[in-house]
Design a protein around this ligand. Structure first.
Ligand code: KIV
Ligand code: ZN
Length: 505
């Protein structure tokens, strides 16, 4: 069997960030980019620089600081987009510009209001224009899987002639079936004369839950690059999940004969980091990185596993970086032990940040006998990694119980000023959220609220996740505390801070 190596193109920071509710700060993007480098992805699509000042800055920062992977910036076939994309990636050691233009009849007629000839001309012009700046140019005919085949071949041929080094075939709306998408890739290879002069890539959305299956079908039919995201984040139902593609290729190498360069032991850590920073939880039954991926509930399965692991496990947890939780620290643990644990958990923090987290750790250890790794991660998230906070919860007092009207009084710090508000509500959380709305002047609608214990035990840290709609946007937020009302307030405030960051208030 022929062996070949697939190029892993990660678009968590671009398409992934387009997930409803997800928004990342520049420092959050940098942190993920550093981890993607550790994961050894080949290409990082760091953003869409024309879309906002924040995105531009983030792509610029990633380009300047992350050496190793190619750094890619997205652009429409518009001069200003391409200029801005180049400005953002130009300091990367290996920069790439990715231009896209829709080619399906429905997109051309209703969205772009342009005829085939004009699309062809624009696509060719954009690749040539980007090519003036750099060698590595990718072109995507958006909605390729619903594009007339002959027209698609012509667009691909003309963009390769114009200098595209990668041509990416997106299943933009997740419409294709695996056999159909595989055939499309094969037919492109057979009908585009210059196809061997470029890398053929795929980008599959997950609207019918087939993103990974379609990507793999494409690889089996000759695609050389796959675009994917951590945890399958992305527009609507998301993109093909990197961890699933990589582990499928690895586990069934006997069928595919396709190698990859991913350091799979970093997958779990990357998934957790992306989840924490985007505020989007990983569903427990998610393949590879979900909390239940390596749990065995039935007695028969447990018995089998004890006799021979491979009876019910096709992957070794350690291959994706899942280790058994170690309980390590308690109230007598010192700064040195804490620092060492942070290192082991993959945090690379300044002394100042370690000191801040250590103080929080000590407070927690006073309330809780055993501090687990998950608690430490929650502490770091809360005390150091907070999104640049416009509003900071200074203090909160809540009263509730049987036969009394729940009420909350709180003090927020906003731009060095103290704001105090109070409210009653249907319950203590409702009262808190109303008091926060009064303080920020932003009325939020709670769409979703969930709470979980970070670890076991009655004294566990509670983690609250919320989805809130405010100012026409949906944002997520997370907060942790041993007091679940405080965790609820922090989660809601975290969402408000993300909103303010997003809309630049
Ligand atoms: O889904 C899509 O078509 C895209 C393109 C920009 C590649 O994200
Ligand atoms: Zn996409």
């Amino acid at each position: 069997m022929d062996r070949r190596k697939v190029i892993i193109f990660d678009t968590t920071l671009r398409d992934g960030e387009q997930s409803p509710g997800a928004s990342l700060t520049t420092s959050g993007k940098m942190e993920i980019a550093k981890q993607l480098k550790k994961l050894r992805v080949d290409v990082i699509e760091a953003g869409f620089p024309i879309s906002s000042k924040g995105d531009f800055e983030a792509v610029k920062m990633v380009s300047k600081n992350i050496k190793g992977p190619t750094i890619c910036a997205l652009a429409r076939c518009i001069k200003r987009d391409i200029d801005t994309a180049f400005e953002a990636v130009k300091s990367a050691k290996k920069p790439r510009i990715h231009v896209f233009l829709a080619t399906s009849k429905i997109h051309m007629k209703y969205k772009l209001k342009k005829a085939e000839d004009e699309i062809l001309r624009l696509a060719q012009w954009a690749v040539k224009y980007a090519k003036q700046f750099l060698e590595d140019v990718e072109f995507s005919p958006e909605d390729a899987s619903r594009t007339d085949k002959d027209f698609l071949y012509r667009v691909i041929e003309s963009t390769i002639t114009a200098g595209a080094t990668t041509v990416n075939i997106p299943d933009t709306v997740g419409y294709a079936m695996p056999s159909e998408f595989g055939s499309l890739i094969r037919s492109i290879k057979q009908n585009v004369p210059s196809i061997d002069k470029c890398v053929l890539s795929v980008h599959c959305h997950n609207d019918l839950g087939l993103g990974v299956a379609n990507s793999i079908a494409a690889l089996q039919n000759g695609a050389g690059q796959v675009e994917c995201t951590i945890n399958g984040l992305g527009e609507r139902a998301g993109n093909a999940s990197m961890e699933e593609i990589v582990m499928a290729l690895q586990t069934r190498h006997d069928i595919f004969g396709i190698d990859h360069g991913i350091k799979t032991e970093e997958l779990y850590k990357t998934s957790q980091l992306v989840s924490r920073l985007t505020g989007i939880l990983v569903q427990p039954n998610k393949a590879i990185v979900g909390a239940n991926a390596f749990s065995h509930e039935s007695g028969i399965h447990q018995d089998g596993i004890l006799k021979r692991r491979t009876t019910y496990e096709i992957l070794k947890p350690s291959d994706v970086g899942v280790e058994k939780t170690q309980l390590v620290l308690g109230k007598h643990s010192g700064r040195h032990a804490f620092r060492e644990r942070l290192k082991k958990l993959g945090f690379n923090m300044s002394d100042n940040d370690i000191n801040k987290s250590f103080e929080e750790f000590k407070k927690l250890a006073d309330k809780k006998k055993e501090v687990f790794d998950e608690d430490i991660i929650a502490i770091v998230e809360d005390s150091v990694r907070e999104i640049s906070e416009k509003y900071h919860l200074e203090c909160l007092q809540v009263s509730s119980g049987t036969n009394i009207i729940p009420s909350a009084t709180l003090k927020l710090i906003c731009d060095n000023e103290t704001i105090e508000t109070a409210s009653t509500g249907d319950g203590p959380v409702d009262a808190c959220y109303k008091a926060i709305d009064k303080a920020t002047g932003i009325k939020g609608k709670l769409l979703d609220y969930s709470i979980r214990a970070v670890t076991g035990g009655k004294d566990a840290v509670g983690e609250v996740s919320v989805r809130v709609k405010a100012k026409g946007k949906v944002i997520t937020g997370r907060g942790t505390s041993t007091d679940i009302i405080e965790a609820s307030a922090k989660a809601y405030l975290n969402a408000m801070n993300r909103l303010v960051y997003k809309i630049g208030k």
